[in-house]
Each structure stands twice: as C-alpha cells, then as structure tokens.
Write a protein that binds this ligand. Structure first.
Ligand SMILES: Cc1ncc(COP(=O)(O)O)c(C=O)c1O
Length: 379
C-alpha cells in the first residue's frame, strides 16, 4: 500500500538507482521534476532572457510562498527568501534590540548556524547559555524551564536536534516565551517539511530554514519568517535595492521599506534556485505534505525496529514523539567506521556525536531499508 502510493515519487529520484541516500536531513539529491523544470526555464531564458514566459518571476515566488503558508501557517507577506539559515540568524541577531545584560538561550550541541550569529552579542554585554538537550522532548522542556530567569530575553532553538533527532516541544516553549515576553526564534532547518509546525500556533516570532533538507530544495536557498507584529521593530541592517517600496523604479532613491518581510531580502535573488524549489514543492504537494511526513515516519520506524533487533541503542527508545532522524549507537561500534563502511556499500548516512544518523525521505523504499539493515549486520 505504502509502496504503491509512493512509486512515482521513488521513480522521480535517479539517486535510487545509484545509492541508498539516508542523509536527507543533511542534503538531498534532486528529482527529475527539478531537472525538467530547470531545463525548460533555461531554454526560455536562453531565448528571451528575462522576457521569457517560462517560469515568470512573480508566479514562481507566489507559488512557493503559497506552499510555505499551507505548510507552516502565517501570511505570505511574513516570508522572504534568503540563502541559508546562518544569514537568517544574523538578520535576527543584528536586527533585534535586546534589553541591557540579557541572557540568550541556545541549544546544547546546536548546529553552528544557530550559534555563531549570536556570539557578537557577548561583546555588547549579553550572556549566552546553552540548554541541555536531554533524552526526550519532555526532559528538554524541564531543562528549558529551569533555564528561564528574569534576564532571559531571547531564545533561539532548532525545531529538531540535528544530532539526536529529538523534536523540540515548540508549542510549549512558544507559550512560555509569549507569557514572559521573550523573543522566540526558531532554526527550522531540521523541522520544516519534517514535523508538524505552525508559526502562529507555536507563537514563533522569527524563523529561518534552509530549503535543501526536508523540502528537497537547492543548496543555497533559505527562507525567513518574521511575524507581522515584529516587522516594525526588527531593524533592517542590510539595506539594498530590493529593501524598499517601489524598488522596481531605481530613481529617485527611496526611504520607505517594503511592508512585509521582503524588506530583508537585500537585492537580486538567485532565481534559478526558486525554480528548483518550486518544482520540489510541487512534487511534495502533489502527494500531500502530511502524507509525505507520514511516509518519512513509516520508513524511520522500520529502520528503528530493525536496528533495535540488532541490539543498537536508538534515540527513539527514550521518547514516543515521531522523528525522521534515527540515531543508533552500540558499544564497540565506531560510528565513523560504520558510516564509512556503509558508504563503501553505497549507503549514505552520517556520524554524529558517536551515533550513526539515518534520515530517510519519502522517495526511499522499504527494500532500501531492509538492505541497509542487512549490510549493517555484517559490519
Ligand atoms: C539545525 C540546523 N540548522 C541549520 C543548518 C544549515 O545551516 P545553513 O543554512 O546556515 O547552512 C543545518 C544543516 O545541517 C542544521 O542541521
């Protein structure tokens, strides 16, 4: 049943004929839908330049934003295109005004993109503290609560921990941030397209996420979300041609910023990346965001069960919440060596914090999971 539902999805990924790609929370190979879309865009562009009618600028932009709103809630005007999560976090860390001597809470062993951009605040008298991730979302929540003091004015957390696969309890965190007037920033790179998220229900004020993981988008394209009520206070630190209202008329120079989050876009984007992301989102949407998510969970459960039978300790042994990132550890098994061994056998995983990290996507097959388990058993 599951297999038949996804056979078209599976066929759309040529990587399936070459490798077993289980590192989809790292990067994702492209589909034939993407190759075709880019090819026809380039055909049009080569003949008519920006006057080509294949993939027109505003329709591509609107289609991506409409899909993102369907997935994450909010309004299209609250989203803007950038290049990576780090850039988004810098937009936030330089643009948000914090009270003096604030404490900023980050996540233990967080990906650098949600750490380095905050560091300059230490030179301005603020303090950065890391919340221990714990072994489960509920353990994290109690760690989070113990870290909340009167000085905490900003919290920036990943939606899902990139090494442990733990989905963070964003709704509860968002509620607490709202009640205590704390800026709530989310690094959505590991969460968007993977776990259920809604910016309004989770009281997220700012979010940045890269497109090349669970959304199957291109390297170097990312999106920020800035809640409407924060637009006037989040300063524009990089003013460029596209920051202002009426940007299409270059002269005279303009003072007034665009009304929505696009004021942070700075200038001319890499449009070909938008075409790529649009094609990927169309593929996911044609199956359905929810169905794709369920398929990811189904494959990761299959993997976790098989690994459990081989006596691996699995991250999901400690929590019941769903995650598409499975991390397996076993005494006497060196995760780097195991990952290299799997790679020699054309299976792509990653070694993180001493564990083997697996992240299937909807285009992976049951047979690939079985084969991965069989090969790992021989290690
Ligand atoms: C939690 C997290 N944030 C961000 C990123 C990507 O960062 P950037 O978009 O700055 O390259 C990753 C990639 O692995 C990640 O795991």
């Amino acid at each position: 049943m599951q297999k038949n539902d996804f056979s078209l999805f599976q066929e759309a990924f040529p990587v399936n004929r070459e490798l077993i790609w289980l590192n989809n929370c790292g990067t994702t190979p492209s589909s034939t839908n993407v190759s075709n879309a880019i090819q026809s865009y380039l055909d049009g562009y080569s003949k008519n330049g920006i006057f080509s009618e294949v993939e027109s600028f505003y329709s591509v932009k609107n289609e991506i934003k409409t899909s993102i709103v369907e997935l994450l809630g909010g309004e299209t005007s609250e989203y803007a295109f950038i290049h990576n999560t780090s850039e988004g976090m810098n937009i936030f860390s330089y643009g948000i005004t914090l009270p003096q001597n604030s404490t900023i809470l980050l996540l233990e062993d967080e990906y650098p993109s949600n750490v380095y951009p905050w560091e300059h605040l230490k030179d301005k008298g603020h303090t950065i503290k890391f919340i221990p991730i714990g072994k489960s979302p509920s353990e994290f929540l109690s760690n989070f609560e113990s870290c909340i003091t009167n000085n905490v004015s900003l919290v920036s957390l990943s939606a899902v921990h990139w090494c442990t696969g733990i989905p963070l309890p964003l709704k509860e965190i968002g509620e607490m941030c709202k009640s205590k007037n704390i800026h709530f920033v989310v690094d959505g790179a590991q969460g968007v397209g993977h776990i259920p998220m809604n910016v309004k229900e989770m009281n997220i004020s700012y979010m940045a996420f890269s497109a090349w993981k669970w959304l199957l988008g291109p390297l170097g394209l990312a999106i920020i979300y800035v809640s409407n009520d924060k637009l006037e206070t989040l300063k524009v630190k990089f003013k460029g041609t596209e920051s202002v209202l009426g940007s299409e008329n270059y002269l005279p120079y303009k003072e007034i910023y665009k009304t929505g989050a696009e004021r942070y876009e700075v200038s001319t984007p890499s449009f070909i990346d938008w075409v790529y992301l649009k094609a990927s989102l169309q593929l996911i949407r044609s199956t359905g965001f929810t169905k794709v998510r369920e398929r990811i969970y189904y494959l990761s459960d299959l993997l976790a069960n098989g690994l459990g039978k081989q006596n691996f300790m699995i991250n999901t042994d400690s929590f019941a919440e769903k995650t598409g990132i499975i991390v397996a550890k076993k005494e006497n098994i060196d995760s780097n060596k195991a990952v290299n061994y799997l790679r020699e056998n054309k299976i792509i995983t990653a070694s993180r914090l001493g564990g083997i990290r697996f992240a299937p996507h909807a285009y992976n097959t049951e047979e690939q999971i079985e084969k991965t388990l069989t090969i790992l058993k021989k290690f």
